[in-house]
Ligand binder design. Structure first.
Ligand code: URA
Length: 185
């Protein structure tokens, strides 16, 4: 396991897949490295690629509105990252080979942070963390305990942006995450 400085360096220099050739910035993650909650999305979008920060575009702003309403703050209460640290062109879903090359970096981050709660944002994170038999519409909001982590999934905020009908469930899931957080404190 690498410490943060080495992990950052390795990711900055990573060209294990072709996303490393087309990125503007590698996006490692952001937040409190000692947080109890870790949110995991899919991959950086255009704004994230430009700024080198996760969830800062429209989807990120919607996500922030939700968590801030529950008094959860990025710098204090959670850490947020993605399955893939580099942007796929046109925001396509990362290929399995790309995700599989990148997931060891995520594992390293989890090992450093040791969160109590892991939240998958969207189907891609859910697939790689919870398994390919999970379905986001059917299984969102469910909790499992694995290897000492409480894990759940909810809709990706960009899916919520595209479909107003997902707003209520997304909000319910965020409240459930806050309840779990308060419970384990
Ligand atoms: N979507 C993601 O999955 N991650 C980001 O960082 C931004 C948008």
């Amino acid at each position: 396991m690498l410490q943060w400085r080495e992990l950052h360096k390795e990711c900055m220099e990573c060209h294990k897949c072709e996303l490393g050739d087309t990125r503007t910035n590698m996006v490692l993650g952001e937040g409190n490295p000692k947080a109890k909650i870790m949110f995991i999305g899919e991959a950086p979008g255009a704004d994230e690629d430009r700024l080198g920060r996760p969830f800062v575009g429209r989807a990120g702003q919607l996500f922030e509105k939700g968590v801030q309403a529950l008094n959860l703050m990025r710098e204090r209460d959670f850490y947020i990252t993605n399955i893939c640290k580099c942007r796929p062109k046109n925001n396509r879903t990362p290929y399995e080979e790309e995700a599989n090359e990148c997931i060891p970096y995520l594992r390293n981050q989890v090992a450093l942070i040791k969160p109590k709660i892991i939240v998958c944002l969207g189907a891609t994170a859910m697939k790689y963390i919870l398994g390919s038999d999970w379905r986001i519409t059917r299984d969102r909001g469910k909790w499992v305990e694995r290897k000492g982590y409480f894990i759940t999934c909810t809709f990706h905020p960009s899916a919520v942006l595209r479909d107003d009908n997902k707003k209520f469930s997304f909000w319910e899931d965020l409240k459930s995450i806050k309840n779990k957080y308060d419970e384990i404190e």
